[in-house]
Design a protein around this ligand. Sequence first.
Ligand SMILES: Nc1ncnc2c1ncn2[C@@H]1O[C@H](COP(=O)(O)OP(=O)(O)OP(=O)(O)O)[C@@H](O)[C@H]1O
Length: 570
Amino acid sequence: MSTANMELETTRRNHTFEVDDIRRKHRIEMDDVQDRHRKESERTRKDNEEAAEKVRKEFEAQIDKLLKMHSEELVQMEKRLKTEVDEERSRRTREVLELQTEYGLKMKNVGLEVDTKEREAQLIQGELINTKAELDRERGIKVGLQDHLAEATTHNLTLDAANKAMKAKIDFLESDSQAQSQAFNDLHRRMQDAIEAAELANEKLRQEETLRRKLHNQVQELKGNIRVMCRVRPTNPETETDPAKIGFPDSDTDSKEVAVQGPEKQSALGNVTTATYSYSFDRVFGPQSQNGEVFEEISQLVQSALDGYNVCIFCYGQTGSGKTFTMSSTDGMIPRATAQIYAEATRLEEKGWRYKMEGSFVEVYNESYNDLLGKSEDLDKKKLEVRHDPAKKTTTLENAVSVTLDGPDRVDEILKTAAKNRSVAATKANQRSSRSHSVFILKLIGENSKTGERSEGTLNLVDLAGSERLEHSKAEGARLKETQNINKSLSCLGDVINALGSRGEGGHVPYRNSKLTYLLQYSLGGNSKTLMFVMVSPLQAHLQETITSLKFATKVHNTHIGTAKKQTKA
Ligand SMILES: Nc1ncnc2c1ncn2[C@@H]1O[C@H](COP(=O)(O)OP(=O)(O)OP(=O)(O)O)[C@@H](O)[C@H]1O
């Protein structure tokens, strides 16, 4: 038993050892399997992670690619859109430009139409004035005809009576008819002689008229193609109490000098002295002189205009010195000149001359032209253009009303219309007439049907703006502009006269520097005749301006224009 037990024990122990071995072995295997499994899991996880990382990277690359593609597409699209927008914009701009051009064209057409209408209106206005004139003339003719009719009726009755008396006489004379027919033949021959003599006399008259024209011009050229005269106006005893000391040393003989006592000057020692300044001109008119006397001096130049020369007569001087009184008052130079022209044109009719006379009146204000015969509401609005024909040396005023002067009364109408327009202008700018130049232009075209002669002259009567020099510091805004324009145009006039006097053949004359000299281009220089009246105020308060004006006039007086030399005193 014990052996069996021992054997059993040994077997059990062996068995335990075996079991332990198997267990250990099993545990080792388990550990091994577990380790392998862990490693496997680790590797699988790593593989997974790597695969995930790869997929992520692939995705990222794909996203980048897509983003890049999209942004390129976006850029393309942006570009396309921009091009489309640009094209659209330029299309729209083109359309706007086309519309603007179309609108501009339409506006231009409308402007042209307005201009045409305006011109038509002026033509109609001119025609109206002419028709009115014709109507007046027709009325005059009608009255004349009625008078004639009454006269003819009376004459008829007288003739009836004379007829009866004649019949009685014929009965009586028939008794001696041979002697009568001899007497009749004698009478007939004498009558033929008389007609021939009259024809010869008429021909001689015509030749003499041509000769007179030539001689008249020679006389005018000898007197100088530019003349300067001075006129001192009287003081108004009611309002003007402080006259300047102005003397007329040679008033009893030549009347060519004026002497002005200058302002008082104090020397360093306290002595007070006054200097007297003397000026001489072609003629000096004192305060007593009348417009008629002044006109006598210029009437020869008016004659020159009728003879086919261009004539300019200026009135220069400060405001209130008498320019308008001399030029445009009812017995001033304008009405007197036109009256002389009518009378002379009528006289020349018997020598075969027929004249056409046209008048216009313009204002030069702030370097632009205004029509003084146009509608007052057009002042400062309507564009007046000056056109020159260099070949014919003539000037045309485009858009200005021009009135056919067919009777002495017509000039009254012109002066009234101009005065009305000037007063309308005066309400726009106070004292405007003193700050503008007014130019009365009379075109005289003469034709002689018998001799074939033709003449075309222009008479310009110019009332210049006040020459006073305002201190610039005192003038502002519109007033300053006016002053600058006046100063400019008056000094341009001086420059033109100076250039005409000093230039050699074909030298430059600055006509274009001011609107006034541009307008008068063909009436200044060459064969044309210029007369400048320097107007002088008699007041002490205006002494300085008086001296300035007289100095300016002296400079003009010392200028020689044209072919003939001016006669100067020895
Ligand atoms: N010779 C004269 N005899 C009498 N009165 C005159 C004479 N000259 C001018 N007057 C008077 O003197 C005043 C000023 O003259 P006027 O208006 O002609 O001057 P003006 O130089 O034309 O001035 P503005 O530049 O303002 O037109 C007016 O009342 C005018 O009647």
